[in-house]
Design a protein around this ligand. Structure first.
Ligand code: HEC
Ligand code: HEC
Ligand code: HEC
Ligand code: HEC
Length: 483
C-alpha cells in the first residue's frame, strides 16, 4: 500500500528514474480541458450523449467494439483445460470466457450461462453506467435484488429530453464515460462505493487522491477481487489485511467468516468449501514493479496518442498495450527496442502459463485424492484437514489465474502465490496418501483413474458439457453421498 499513500514521493522518484527513460510526453497537455464545464447534465449515464461534445473520445471508445468475435472459452488446452474439474458444482464450470471490450460488458453478463434465477443485482456492478443510478434509487436493496426480474428489465428514466433506455441496450449503458468522469466537468471520479469503502477501511481517502493515483483508481472500481458480504449481498473488497493473495486469504478465513461468509460453493469432487477469486489486476499491479514505481494503469492501457492526424487525445480503447508499444512501453523504456520488450513480455508470460498449468494440475489431483478419502471411509478429521488444504491450494492459483495479464503485472507475485498453492495442494495429497495407505487402498489404481477422468474431460469437445465427465462411478459426487 506504500505507493498509494506516497505517490508524490514516487512521482519525484519517477522523474529521477526517467533519466534512463524518455520523458512521458504530453501528460500536461492531456489534462488540459478536464476542468472545463460541459453542457452535459451531471447525472447523464448514456454514452452516446457524450458523442457530440467529445467526438474523438467517443470514436476511440467505439474501438472497444473490435474485434466483435463472440467471447472465447478458457477451457481449451492452451489456456486452462482443468477448469471444468476445478470449478465443479459452481457456475464457472459451465462457462468461463476470455475478456472482451468494455462496450460488450452488459451484453456478455446478460448472456453468460452462469447467470441463473438466483443471480443478484451485484452481478451488474462492474458492467453498466446505470449502477450508480440504481444504487441511488434502490439503496442497499440493489445488491441482493433479482438480476433477471428486477435489474435487467428495469428501464432507467433519463433526465430532461432523454428517452427511457433499457439496461440491455447495446453500447449505450455498458461501462462508459460517467463511470470514470463527472459529466459536467469531465474530472475523473469514483462512482463505485465498494472501492471507496475498502480504501477508507485502509485509511485512504480517495477524494484526496492525486491525479496520478486517479489514473489507476478509476480502473480499481472494477478490476479487483471482491465477495458478496452475506448480510445484504453487497460487493465487498477483502483488503483490510492488505492486497496480497495471502492477506485476502486471511481475510476470508477470519473477517469474512465472522460475518457468516464461509464459502462461495461446495466442491462436488472433494466436498471442500471453496473460494472463488476474481480479476485482481489492481492488487497484483500495486506491488509489482510498475505499481511500486507509480506507473498507472492508464500509462499503459490509455496512451496519449494522435487521433485524427493532428489532435492528441488519451486513447479510450482499453486493450493490450502490446498492440501500441510506441506509445506505451517504449515511451518510457526508450533504451530498448520493440523486439527486446516483446521478448521480455513473452518470456514472463510463457513462464507464468507453464507454472499455472502445473499448479492447477496439483489442485485437480488434490480434489480427486480427497474424493477417494471420502468414499474409502477415511477419518472425518483427516478429511476436513485435507479439504482445508484443497481450499487453500485453489485460492492461491485462482487469484493469479483470474488476473488477466498472464503474469505481466507482477511476475514475482504470481510465482510466489503459485508456489504456496502447489505446497497446499500437495499437503492435501500427502494427508490423503497417508490415510488411504492405512486403509489398504490401491494408490496406483487411484492415479490411473485420475488420469483417465482428466482425459475424458479434455476429450469432450463441447465446453458446456466438459464438467459432466469430471464425476463418474469411481469418483462420485460426494455432496450427493452426504445428503
Ligand atoms: C474507465 C475509465 C474511463 C472511461 C470509461 C472513460 N474515460 Fe475518459 N479518461 C479516462 C482517463 C484515465 C483519462 C486521462 C485523464 C488524465 O490523465 O487526467 C481520460 C481523459 C478524458 C478526457 C480528457 C482529454 C484527454 O484526452 O486526456 C476526455 C475529454 C474524456 N476522457 C472523455 C471521455 C468520454 C467522452 C468517455 C465516454 C465515451 C470517456 N472519457 C470514458 C478514463 C475514462
Ligand atoms: C465499471 C467497471 C470497469 C471499469 C471502471 C474498468 N473496467 Fe476494464 N473491464 C471491465 C469488464 C467487466 C471487462 C470485461 C468485459 C467483457 O468481457 O464483456 C473489462 C475488460 C477490460 C480489458 C480487456 C479488454 C479486451 O479486449 O479483452 C482491459 C484491457 C481493461 N478492461 C482495462 C481497464 C482499464 C485500464 C481501466 C481503467 C482506466 C478499466 N478497465 C476500467 C470493467 C471495468
Ligand atoms: C507497465 C504497463 C502496464 C500497467 C501499468 C498495467 N498494465 Fe495491464 N497489461 C499490460 C500488459 C503488457 C498486459 C498483457 C497484454 C497481452 O498479453 O497482450 C496487460 C493485461 C491487462 C489486462 C488483460 C487484457 C486482455 O486483453 O485480456 C487487463 C484487464 C489489464 N491489463 C488491466 C490493468 C489494470 C486495471 C491496471 C492497473 C491496476 C493495469 N492493467 C496496469 C501492461 C500494463
Ligand atoms: C510510464 C513509464 C513506463 C511505461 C509506460 C512502462 N514502463 Fe516498464 N518500467 C517503468 C519503471 C519506472 C520501471 C521500474 C524501474 C526499474 O525497475 O527499472 C519499469 C520496470 C519494467 C520491467 C521490470 C524491470 C526489471 O527487470 O525488474 C519490465 C520488464 C518492464 N518495465 C516492461 C514494460 C513493458 C513491456 C511495458 C509496456 C507494456 C512497460 N514496461 C511500460 C516505467 C514504465
Amino acid at each position: 500500500m506504500k505507493q498509494l499513500r506516497s505517490s508524490h514521493y514516487l512521482l519525484i522518484l519517477m522523474m529521477i528514474f526517467s533519466i534512463g527513460l524518455a520523458a512521458c510526453s504530453g501528460e500536461e497537455e492531456s489534462q488540459a480541458g478536464t476542468t472545463d464545464t460541459t453542457s452535459i447534465p451531471p447525472d447523464e449515464i448514456v454514452n452516446t450523449a457524450f458523442k457530440e461534445e467529445f467526438p474523438l473520445h467517443y470514436e476511440s471508445y467505439l474501438k472497444n467494439m473490435e474485434p466483435s468475435d463472440a467471447p472465447s472459452s478458457k477451457f481449451v488446452e492452451e489456456i486452462e483445460p482443468n477448469l471444468p474439474m476445478l470449478f465443479h458444482n459452481y457456475g464457472f464450470m459451465l462457462e468461463y470466457n476470455e475478456t472482451r471490450g468494455h462496450t460488450y460488458a452488459v451484453e456478455d453478463v446478460i448472456n453468460i450461462a452462469r447467470i441463473n434465477d438466483n443471480s443478484i443485482g451485484s452481478c451488474m456492478t462492474c458492467k453498466s453506467t446505470a449502477v450508480p443510478a440504481l444504487l441511488d434509487e434502490m439503496g442497499d436493496d440493489y445488491w441482493g435484488a433479482s438480476f433477471k426480474e428486477e435489474i435487467v428489465p428495469r428501464t432507467i428514466e433519463l433526465g430532461e429530453g432523454g428517452e427511457s433506455e433499457d439496461l440491455g441496450e447495446f453500447g449505450h449503458m455498458s461501462i462508459g464515460c460517467s463511470d470514470c468522469h463527472d459529466p459536467a466537468t469531465m474530472e475523473l471520479r469514483i462512482t463505485r462505493p465498494s472501492f471507496t469503502n475498502a480504501m477508507e477501511r485502509m485509511g485512504v481517502d480517495v477524494t484526496e487522491a492525486s491525479k496520478n493515483d486517479m489514473r489507476s483508481y478509476v480502473c480499481a472500481q472494477c478490476h479487483v477481487e471482491y465477495y458478496f458480504e452475506p448480510e445484504n449481498q453487497k460487493v465487498t473488497l477483502p483488503w483490510d489485511n492488505g492486497l496480497k493473495p495471502e492477506d485476502m486469504f486471511e481475510y476470508k478465513e477470519n473477517q469474512a467468516k465472522e460475518q457468516g461468509f464461509d464459502y462461495d460453493w461446495e466442491h462436488t469432487i472433494s466436498g471442500a468449501p471453496m473460494l472463488k477469486a476474481q480479476h485482481p489486476e489492481f492488487e497484483l499491479w500495486s506491488y509489482g514493479p510498475h505499481g511500486e514505481a507509480g506507473v498507472s494503469c492508464s500509462d499503459c492501457h490509455m496512451p496519449y496518442e494522435r487521433s485524427d492526424g493532428a489532435k492528441k487525445i488519451t486513447s479510450h480503447h482499453w486493450t493490450s498495450p502490446m498492440d501500441n508499444m510506441d506509445n506505451t512501453c517504449l515511451n518510457c523504456h526508450s533504451d530498448k527496442t520493440e523486439k527486446q520488450m516483446r521478448d521480455r513480455v513473452d518470456a514472463i508470460q510463457d513462464r507464468h502459463i507453464e507454472a499455472m498449468h502445473e499448479t492447477q494440475w496439483h489442485s485437480v489431483r488434490a480434489h480427486y485424492f480427497v474424493n477417494r478419502m471420502i468414499t474409502a471411509g477415511a477419518d472425518e478429521e483427516k478429511i476436513e484437514e485435507a479439504q482445508y488444504y484443497v481450499r487453500k491450494g485453489q485460492w492461491f492459483w485462482d487469484i493469479i489465474a483470474a488476473e488477466n495479464s498472464d503474469g505481466f503485472h507482477n511476475p514475482q507475485g504470481g510465482a510466489d502465490s503459485m508456489r504456496t498453492s502447489s505446497d497446499a495442494s500437495n499437503k492435501a495429497i500427502e494427508i490423503a496418501v497417508s490415510e488411504l495407505s492405512k486403509l489398504g487402498e490401491d494408490l496406483d489404481e487411484l492415479e490411473r483413474q485420475i488420469e483417465e477422468t482428466m482425459e475424458d474431460v479434455y476429450n469432450e469437445e463441447d465446453p458446456h458439457e466438459k464438467h459432466q465427465h469430471a464425476v463418474n462411478d469411481y469418483f462420485p459426487d460426494v455432496l450427493e453421498l452426504r445428503d
